[in-house]
Design a protein around this ligand. Structure first.
Ligand code: ADP
Length: 475
């Protein structure tokens, strides 16, 4: 089924509300009009009866209306008021006098009915061929004689007025609803047109045209706010896609280099028959390339899992002093093979709360970088201090340093600064990105200071154990 458009829904809603209001108003006004007309009629009947009774007299054995026929007002009143008029003798219920119209209409209550009407002198409606007539019933007494006096009034004008009013309502309500519905439909079209234009503009934007933005009308209304929010999302999407493209390009490049080297070596090796020694050498070199490839892939996988929130840190108290000490011992052979002097000052028993194996990765990465980027004869210094609720681990080298413009980027994935990039230095630019993620997870931060040609210093600042690190809830 085709979904009902917002415009149709708005119009239906609007028309329904209006119908309910108009029908409610119609019913109420009809009711009040009916009550008002009824009251007026009852009042009129009461007035007539009171006035007529003033003329009633029992004279010479019969009941007469004693009025001055020469007075036109009086004559007119009596003539009108007695159009439906009857009087019954309450002794036997017999009719004493009646008007011509009641006679013609054949209104003739039985003697029992007369007695009942006299007892219960409330107005009573009588249905006749000339419409409903409301009779006022009252008892008139003159000496020992008692009569039931019935004065009637036709309620047809009231019914006719109410019918007329109902007809007007039945015509006006649907017409108003129709007109208002049409107006609402048109209004909804106008109100929703900018939204449709926005939707059309949004549909035109695809992944290739993420730099396009939705037009703002400058009205600061809800639609403008929606367009602004959409533009903001587009900007973020554009940045994310650009980053993704950059990432894909970097990853392809990083993977292609060792693969090309591997293929080249294999091709050269196969060009002619070689000695077992030669093959050993080629295979050994290929193993190195394989190691490099699997290191990159492992680092990438770790980063991807870290960003997807799949890595859970096993938090415990970590004796950083002994960890850094043993890692420095472990790296000593690497340092001496490069003729680099390694000095480690790890302080006694400095402990932090965290995951030992992940912290080890950070320290190893910083030390590995320090060795990689420090020429022969240089120095690498590892210091661990605890100070003002913070544990500070610094790895300082006297290496090539990092150019100032590269400093803000070194923690980005695949970023490698000059001159390390151009040199034959191993690495894919993933180590510091991972180190930063690990330090972030420990609610710490990593700072770098570097002077090109003089050396760099990387410091990791972690919360000390007694400064709330116990509350660290790393999962
Ligand atoms: P890589 O695997 O290339 O070492 P990292 O993410 O660890 O990747 O480092 C990113 C870049 O930061 C390096 O390529 C290098 O340009 C720069 N860098 C990191 N540590 C040092 C350092 N101690 N001295 C000079 N440059 C460094």
């Amino acid at each position: 089924m085709k979904p009902v458009s917002l415009r149709t829904r708005l119009t239906i809603f609007y028309s329904l509300i209006l119908t309910v209001i108009l029908v409610g108003f119609g019913l109420l006004s009809y009711h009040f009009l009916a009550v008002l007309l009824e009251r007026t009629l009852a009042q009129e009947l009461d007035d007539r009866v009171i006035a007529l009774r003033g003329y009633l007299q029992y004279r010479d054995g019969s009941l007469v209306l004693d009025f001055d026929p020469n007075d036109p007002d009086e004559a007119y009143f009596v003539h009108t008021a007695t159009r439906y008029y009857q009087a019954f003798d309450l002794q036997d219920g017999s009719l004493v006098v009646e008007s011509r119209d009641t006679e013609l209409l054949g209104i003739r209550p039985t003697s029992e009915e007369v007695a009942t009407l006299a007892r219960n002198s409330r107005p009573s409606d009588v249905e006749t061929s000339g419409g409903i007539i409301r009779f006022h019933n009252s008892v008139f007494q003159s000496g020992p004689y008692r009569f039931l006096i019935r004065v009637g009034i036709s309620i047809e004008p009231v019914s006719a007025a109410l019918d007329q009013y109902l007809r007007v309502l039945l015509l006006l309500i649907p017409a108003s609803v129709f007109l208002a519905g049409f107006g609402g439909w048109e209004m909804a079209r106008r109100a929703l047109r900018p939204a449709q234009e926005l939707a059309a503009a949004a549909r035109r934007i695809d992944i290739e045209r993420l730099n396009e933005r939705l037009p703002l009308r400058g009205t600061s209304d809800e639609l403008d706010q929606m367009a602004e929010a959409f533009n903001y999302t587009l900007a973020r999407l554009e940045a994310a896609v650009a980053e993704m493209k950059q990432f894909t390009a970097s990853i392809s490049h990083e993977l292609r280099t060792p693969l090309t080297a591997l293929r080249g070596e294999a091709e050269v090796a196969l060009l002619e028959a070689r000695s077992v020694e030669d093959y050993r050498r080629v295979l050994g070199s290929q193993l190195e390339e394989f190691d490099r490839l699997s290191k990159i892939i492992n680092q990438l996988l770790t980063l991807a899992r870290a960003e997807a929130g799949e890595i859970r840190l096993a938090v415990a108290d970590v004796d950083l002093s002994s960890l850094v000490g043993s890692l420095a011992d472990q790296m000593e052979p690497v340092a001496s093979s490069r003729n680099i002097q390694l000095a480690a000052d790890t302080g006694p028993g400095i402990t932090v709360r965290g995951d030992a194996s992940w912290l080890e990765r950070v320290i190893l990465n910083l030390m590995d970088n320090a060795f990689k980027f420090t020429p022969h004869g240089g120095e690498v210094q590892v210091t661990l201090t605890a100070n003002a609720g913070q544990v500070i681990l610094c790895v300082k080298d006297t290496g090539v340093g990092i150019p100032a413009e590269a400093l803000p980027h070194i923690f980005e994935r695949f970023y490698r600064a000059e001159p390390s990039r151009s040199k034959e230095v191993e690495g894919a630019g993933l180590g510091l990105a991972l180190a930063k993620w690990i330090v972030d997870q420990h609610q710490g931060r990593i700072e770098v200071e570097s002077h090109p040609g003089k050396g760099s210093s990387f410091c990791v600042l972690l919360p000390a154990l007694d400064s709330g690190a116990r509350r660290l809830n790393i999962s």
